[in-house]
Every structure is written in C-alpha cells, then in structure tokens.
Design a protein around this ligand. Structure first.
Ligand code: NAD
Ligand code: WQD
Length: 346
C-alpha cells in the first residue's frame, strides 16, 4: 500500500511516517514546511533507512495536488496538513479556513479523480468543546468554541457528506486528545516555532533552561489539585492508531470516527512532577489566572477504537515525559542547527 502523508514533516505526521514504513507501507510526504523542517524528513530517512519521497507543496493548490496524485497514485491518504493553534485561530480565522478547509477540499477532489478510496483525517478532541460528559464518547455533541475547532467540525461534516455520496470510500476521522512525547531514538519530536502554546513543550523547555518558568493556567478548577486535567497520549501510540485505521480502511467502507487517547486524565501539576522526576531538573512555575476557553477536564472514552480498530495506547506518562526529555536533550534548538536558543529569566 502506498500512503500519501500530507503534513508528513510535522510532529504527528513524521512519527506516523516512521510507523508506516516499519509496517511495510510505501509512503510519500507532501508539506509546505510552514510549521516544520526538511530536517524532519531527513531524519525519517535515517531512522527507517529508506528513501522517503517528499514534495514541497502548498496543498491548497489544485494543480499541485493533482500533480502529486498523477505522479504517485497513492492507495490511501492520511491528511495531517493544516494549522493547529487555537489562540492564533481566534486572531486569523480566515487563514484557518483557507489552510484547513482548502487543503481538505483539494485532497478530496484528487481522491475522487484518481479513485483513491481510503482516507484518514486528523480531527481533534477540541471538537467537543467545554462541558461534555467525561470520559467523552464519540457520539457527544460537538460544541467547539474556537475557529480552529470549527474547521475540524466542518471538515468532519464535509467528510460525512462525502461518504454518503461515495459509499465505496472509507473515511476515518481520528479525534486526538493531547499528543506529547517523541520517537524513542530522539531523532524526531515536537519542534514548536517560537514560544510553545502547549503544556508539554513548554515544560520541556523550562526543564532545559530555555524558558525561565511555567505559568500554570489556574488552580481553582474542580479537580483534585485544582489544575486542568487532560488525556496525554504518546505520539507513537497515536501513530500506531493511524496504521490501525488505514489498514481497516482497506477492508471496509463508510464513515467512522474514533477518539485516540489513553482514557486517563493527568493534571498540569502531575505532569510537571513527572517531568521533574524523569529529567532530574527543577521546573519553576507560577500559578496564574485561567486561560480563556480552557476546559477543566478532558479525557477520552477509547472503547470504540479498542473494539473496532483493535488499537489501545500502550505507553504511560513516564514514557511520554522521558521521550520528550530525550528529544530535548539531543536537540536543544529543535531541528534548527544554528544553536540559537531563546532564554527567558523570571
Ligand atoms: P504540525 O504543525 O507539526 O504539522 C502540520 C503540518 O502541515 C506542518 O508540517 C505544516 O508545515 C503543514 N501544512 C500546513 N499548511 C499546509 C498547506 N497549506 N500545505 C501543505 N502543508 C501544510 O502539527 P501536528 O501537531 O503534527 O498536527 C497534525 C494534525 O493533527 C493537524 O491537522 C492538527 O490540527 C491535528 N491535531 C494536532 C494535535 C496536537 O496537539 N498536536 C491535536 C489534535 C489534532
Ligand atoms: C493542557 C493543559 C492548560 C500551557 C490544545 C488544543 C487542542 C489540541 C491539543 C490541536 C491545560 C495548561 C498549558 C501552559 C498551562 N490541539 N497549560 N500552562 O488546551 O488541552 O489542547 O492542544 O488540536 O485543540 O486546544 O492543551 O497543552 O495547551 O494545555 O497551565 O503554558 O495545560 O490550561 O489545562 P489543550 P495544552
């Protein structure tokens, strides 16, 4: 099977690329490198000791996507490409509609034109919004509160309509919870540009001394220690979830949606303590006010993925923190080789 991985140079795409190759698939990556680096592709080649064809491509462009399909004739697509920062999506909603909806539409058009029938799409737990019953199941109402989340909800609706019109296709939306961690080799990992928006990369950079301290966004939630609870999932477990979904797509059709999480909730302070344990470093933090739009608690009911995909997360919080720390230590400036590191002091 040949799989086109859009956004394959990115954080989750690069880990999935490695897993796909190790599972015996041929892959081709297409990415515009707006939030990633060619170095990630080189490292996928190193880890897997294989040629990894890669297109530098803006997937909003119809002729570009058509050319890739004409050259490569993929059997399946995993569509990771898009923009993903919730805060930025409030400031630049049109860019989010353009990249997230625009790339999806072009991929669907090319899949129809080239009779490619197997699609896996990166959705997000953010589609559930605040107030869902936890652990949340796939049939919960979608009440997302930000433009980024709305692009995921809109795409899921587009995919449902597409599936209804073309029942020979298999379309799978995977709703990721909070992916963290890195490949065990320490060669690929999460490499946010600028100040990280998410907890785990921020904590990693504090442990490394690249940032002065962590701001804990609120300790007055109704949780055991008052801080927000999330379902952190190792990126390698997440990558395996894509292999399960793409394989299932070979033998069935229809539209399917799954939560990919561990089913366990971890508080901000629990994550900080685990990180301190695995790194042996101090993680200074200050409690600040809540971040607007944050849910108190979010974790997955994963029964559907277990039952239908035969997939279950295997790695725990210690593995996630240890592998993030390994990646950080081996790549203090991420994929950038200039060794320019930002240091903040408190
Ligand atoms: P990422 O930013 O590392 O990867 C996305 C990739 O898409 C990047 O390499 C970027 O350069 C590329 N891209 C963006 N616009 C493009 C365009 N127009 N044409 C071609 N390439 C383009 O993000 P990630 O964390 O790997 O996330 C992958 C997918 O999973 C995204 O769709 C994201 O919304 C979704 N997701 C991520 C998380 C998370 O916490 N990381 C959680 C839920 C869902
Ligand atoms: C986790 C917890 C924060 C940073 C986001 C997107 C979601 C998905 C994953 C793409 C919360 C707290 C955070 C910090 C903190 N991405 N926190 N200090 O908000 O659950 O999900 O990423 O689809 O759509 O919304 O993840 O890592 O930002 O926050 O205290 O500096 O850490 O309040 O409780 P979130 P996160």
């Amino acid at each position: 099977m040949k799989v086109l991985i859009t956004g394959g140079a990115g954080y989750i795409g690069s880990h999935t690329a490695v897993e796909l190759i190790e599972a015996g698939c041929r892959i081709v990556i297409a990415d515009n490198f707006s939030n990633s680096s060619l170095e990630a592709v080189k490292r996928i080649r190193t880890i897997t000791d294989s040629e990894v064809p890669c297109y530098f491509a803006d997937l909003r462009r119809e002729e570009t996507v058509t050319r890739i399909f004409r050259n490569e004739r993929p059997d399946a697509v995993i569509h990771f490409a898009g923009l993903k920062a919730v805060g930025e999506s409030n400031e630049q909603p049109v860019a989010y509609f353009d990249h997230n909806l625009g790339t999806m539409i072009q991929i669907l058009k090319a899949m129809r034109a080239f009779n490619c029938l197997n699609l896996v799409f990166s959705s997000s737990a953010t589609v559930y919004g605040d107030g869902a019953q936890m652990p949340v199941t796939e049939d919960a109402p979608l009440l997302t509160t930000n433009p980024y989340g709305r692009t995921k909800k809109m795409i899921e609706e587009m995919l449902m309509d597409t599936s209804a019109a073309y029942p020979e296709m298999c379309i799978t939306a995977l709703r990721y919870f909070n992916p963290i961690g890195a490949h065990r080799s320490g060669l690929i990992g999460e490499d946010p540009l600028g100040i990280p928006n998410n907890l785990a990369p921020f904590v990693t950079q504090v442990a490394a001394g690249r940032r002065g301290y962590l701001q804990v966004f609120g300790n007055d939630y109704e949780t055991a220690d008052g801080t927000g609870i999330r379902d952190y999932i190792h990126v390698q477990d997440l990558a395996r979830g894509h292999i399960a979904a793409i394989n299932k797509g070979k033998v069935r059709n229809g539209y399917h949606v799954y939560n990919l999480g561990t089913g366990y909730g971890t508080s901000v302070l629990e994550l900080v303590h685990m990180f301190r344990f695995v790194s042996g470093r101090k993680i200074p933090y200050v409690i600040t006010k809540r971040r607007p739009g944050d849910a108190a608690v979010s974790f997955a009911n994963t029964c559907k993925a277990e039952k239908e995909l035969g997939w279950k997360a295997m790695l725990g919080l210690e593995d996630m923190c240890r592998d993030s720390w390994n990646w950080q230590q081996k790549n203090p400036a991420g994929y950038r080789s200039d060794n320019m590191m930002e240091v903040e002091t408190s």
